[in-house]
Write a protein that binds this ligand. Sequence first.
Ligand SMILES: *[C@@H]1O[C@H](CO)[C@@H](O)[C@H](O)[C@H]1NC(C)=O
Ligand SMILES: *[C@@H]1O[C@H](CO)[C@@H](O)[C@H](O)[C@H]1NC(C)=O
Ligand SMILES: *[C@@H]1O[C@H](CO)[C@@H](O)[C@H](O)[C@H]1NC(C)=O
Ligand SMILES: *[C@@H]1O[C@H](CO)[C@@H](O)[C@H](O)[C@H]1NC(C)=O
Ligand SMILES: *[C@@H]1O[C@H](CO)[C@@H](O)[C@H](O)[C@H]1NC(C)=O
Ligand SMILES: *[C@@H]1O[C@H](CO)[C@@H](O)[C@H](O)[C@H]1NC(C)=O
Length: 430
Amino acid sequence: MQRLLLLTLSLVVVLCHEQFQVIFEWKSIDFKWPSEEVRKYALLRGDYIPMNNFITTVKFWKDKMYLTIPRWKDGVPVTLGVTSAKPVNNNETAPFLDPFPTWDMQKLGDCSAFQLVHSIEIDPKGRMWVLDTGRSTALRMENKRDCPARLVILDLEDNGKIIRTYEFPDYVARRGVTYLNDIVLDHENGGMAYITDNGLDDPGIIVYSVKNNTSWKIRHDSMKAEKEAVGFMVAKTRVINPVNVDGIALSPASESNRQIYYSPLSSFHLYSIPVSAARDNVTNIDQFVKELGRKESQTDGMAMSATGVLYFGLLADDAIVMWDTKKSSFAVGRRIISRDHVLTQWPDSFTFDEDGNFWCVTNMLQNFLNNRVNISVPNYRLIRTHLGVKSYQYYENGTAPEWPDFTASAESVRFALATLLAVLLVFVAK
Ligand SMILES: *[C@@H]1O[C@H](CO)[C@@H](O)[C@H](O)[C@H]1NC(C)=O
Ligand SMILES: *[C@@H]1O[C@H](CO)[C@@H](O)[C@H](O)[C@H]1NC(C)=O
Ligand SMILES: *[C@@H]1O[C@H](CO)[C@@H](O)[C@H](O)[C@H]1NC(C)=O
Ligand SMILES: *[C@@H]1O[C@H](CO)[C@@H](O)[C@H](O)[C@H]1NC(C)=O
Ligand SMILES: *[C@@H]1O[C@H](CO)[C@@H](O)[C@H](O)[C@H]1NC(C)=O
Ligand SMILES: *[C@@H]1O[C@H](CO)[C@@H](O)[C@H](O)[C@H]1NC(C)=O
């Protein structure tokens, strides 16, 4: 109570743009099944249990939006879905999702298909980076069949064709233990990805180099759940879950000395490390970790704009905060931009679309965690406001930096050119 009082005194809602509006709203997540019979059969067999399907992430590309449905419980037939980015006929706000890219890619127990996708990111060239933790029913800790954790990159400009599959080695992301939670992308140094792994036993930030096709993990105490922050209340429901490093954000493309921001979910602190330290796989990361300050509550996902504004949620306050990293310190620069005790229950993740809109996924996760989802009322929402800026992946003027080309077709073009050159050289030598 005392803490809440303090909170309202120190952080008032500042309206600096239009209010968030609900664009999509689901009571339960359903899919476009091959036929009504297949759906009935899935319900009968428990392959589809509507209240066990919840969304964590949305990302936009062209006229589509892609949603992740992590397999935390049984009965989740699809872990990566797609639908129209705009409500069809302006009124269909609870669309049925298509599996992405196919039904086959959702097959449980098939290690070449997606097992548990919690997050995705899409780069400015339309490549989707998919994190697959490799096992299902994570909440029940039941080892059915564990597949290795993978990073799978698909080309959205080429019907979702797979252009790279990378299996994390066990010493980076241990099978059956790792939990790949969130990802940010960096175009520099041949392309890099920074991934939070909040598995219980070995949390850390995984670094992946596209150019060298290698990965390593940064481990630090700041990436572990803090005891004092394990329990909290959301909408009168108690949550007690130690969750390690979770939300991650990257300072914008225009910044010369880019920083990775992160926070465990069970924490009141925000931290940063410079990209240069993460990239060089330094052994003594401690000297690079910076604690930026204390937050009023726990935070799940985070997002950074092209202009260097960081956005994150305050779970116990149903609120969304902004902090302009370029203008002020964390201690004095935070502003609550939205607080709504219904619509912003558990702001799970954020994203920007191509039109300067800023989106938030709210999913009332406290109900899911306590087996209290009521599918007669709305549970999952995509709320939106207009900020007129793009994401951290773009320059301030809205253009995208050069990204290395690593599509399958680019590889084969390079190979063809090399072959041609070799033939010519032989020809000239003769
Ligand atoms: C949405 O609008 C279309 C066309 O106006 C109508 O046919 C359809 O029944 C409406 N759907 C809902 C869910 O209201
Ligand atoms: C990258 O490494 C993975 C190991 O998981 C391997 O399967 C894949 O072929 C490699 N890709 C490239 C382009 O080297
Ligand atoms: C890729 O490998 C080369 C050669 O080992 C190394 O010099 C370079 O730093 C590596 N790049 C990244 C981003 O890890
Ligand atoms: C990263 O550093 C660790 C520990 O120093 C080392 O074991 C590992 O091989 C390094 N990984 C890469 C890809 O350089
Ligand atoms: C679910 O919500 C409906 C509609 O508000 C309500 O009538 C019902 O009692 C709720 N069920 C539970 C178990 O709370
Ligand atoms: C946008 O900004 C980037 C980085 O500052 C710059 O390299 C690029 O030329 C700019 N593009 C335009 C169209 O202004």
